[in-house]
Design a protein around this ligand. Structure first.
Ligand SMILES: Nc1ncnc2c1ncn2[C@@H]1O[C@H](COP(=O)(O)OP(=O)(O)O)[C@@H](O)[C@H]1O
Ligand SMILES: [Mg+2]
Length: 284
């Protein structure tokens, strides 16, 4: 066995040394709720961006979050992912993890993944490599030169490629994918990193009608195995995926229910849908 073989053997990814092994994070969803947001408040220079917000997300659900610009959607995601600390209130991941006690890296490690509106894939790497780099055991620890993927990891990548519909494109550079394909790859990267709760910001902005439809199918297929919270403006899209819609307004929950409930809700029509329709009419 030459030195390279020895090194490779040492760095086999299915036999990682204990200190390198990420600890499995147990999320207690025995009450069927994976995310608790209670009495949340945050102000920026005296302006209340989040105002006594309460939100409960069930394990495995696909939730849509809508609301006009400035309603607090992004700020809420910033707080859940540890980017912004609230002034008061609580945020729990399952029964036992107080997210306000953790930083961004630790929250990501617990299994909360965020997809920003602009795709952030590694353009110069292949689709396959992008997924490989997202595998949890691979995060910045093992030199790729020596490491081999375990069969389990290869199977997982194949599975993710299938879920996101990019099996045929796996050896393409991510940079040459279409806008929609990049978005799917980024969702795939969250799946490869074992994210259990996915926060997805405006996934269909800039997509073609066909890509939008595929994205709806993709997010629908994730529900059950993953919990997905989607921020989206495209109401047609929201209708096609949401079981429950939460409407944010001035940092609070204005209404929550099925798409039909929401579209009939007088408050929602007045402050959000009315406004959107007026904008559309104005733009037409
Ligand atoms: N870091 C910040 N500093 C000051 N004001 C902020 C900051 N982040 C957000 N805001 C303000 O908080 C409000 C809510 O913003 P945001 O959460 O981005 O809304 P949404 O995503 O729903 O459009 C807005 O009025 C915004 O200008
Ligand atoms: Mg926003």
């Amino acid at each position: 066995m030459d030195w390279l073989e020895t090194a490779r053997d040492t760095f086999r990814r299915d036999q990682v040394w204990n200190f390198m092994m990420p600890k499995e994070v147990h999320v207690d969803v025995s009450k069927d709720v994976i995310l608790y947001v209670e009495d949340l408040n945050v102000s920026f220079d005296g302006f209340k961006a989040i105002n006594n917000l309460n939100l409960y997300i069930r394990d495995g659900e696909l939730r849509c979050l809508i609301g006009a610009n400035g309603a607090g959607k992004t700020t809420l995601m910033d707080i859940i992912t540890g980017k912004t600390k609230p002034d008061s209130g609580s945020v729990w991941f399952g029964q036992t993890h107080n997210l306000l006690e953790h930083d961004e890296a630790s929250i990501a490690h617990m299994g909360i993944g965020r997809k920003f509106q602009k795709p952030t894939v590694f353009e110069a790497h292949t689709v396959y490599t992008n997924l490989e780099l997202s595998l949890k055991t691979n995060k910045g620890v093992l030199p790729t030169l020596f490491a081999r993927l375990s069969q389990t990891q290869k199977d997982r990548i194949a599975e993710v490629l299938d879920i996101i519909g990019l099996t045929e494109q796996q050896q393409m550079d991510a940079g040459s994918l279409s806008h929609g394909q990049k978005q799917w790859l980024e969702i795939g990267m969250l799946l490869a990193s074992d994210s259990r709760l996915l926060l997805v910001d405006e996934p269909v902005a800039g997509m073609t009608a066909e890509e939008t439809e595929k994205t709806a199918a993709l997010l629908n297929s994730l529900a059950g195995k993953h919990t997905v919270v989607v921020v989206e403006h495209d109401m047609e899209f929201v209708r096609s995926i949401a079981r429950t819609v939460t409407v944010l307004h001035q940092g609070s929950v204005l209404a929550e229910g099925s798409m039909d409930d929401i579209q009939r809700n007088k408050d929602v029509i007045e402050v959000y849908l009315g406004e959107e329709h007026a904008e559309q009419a104005g733009a037409a």
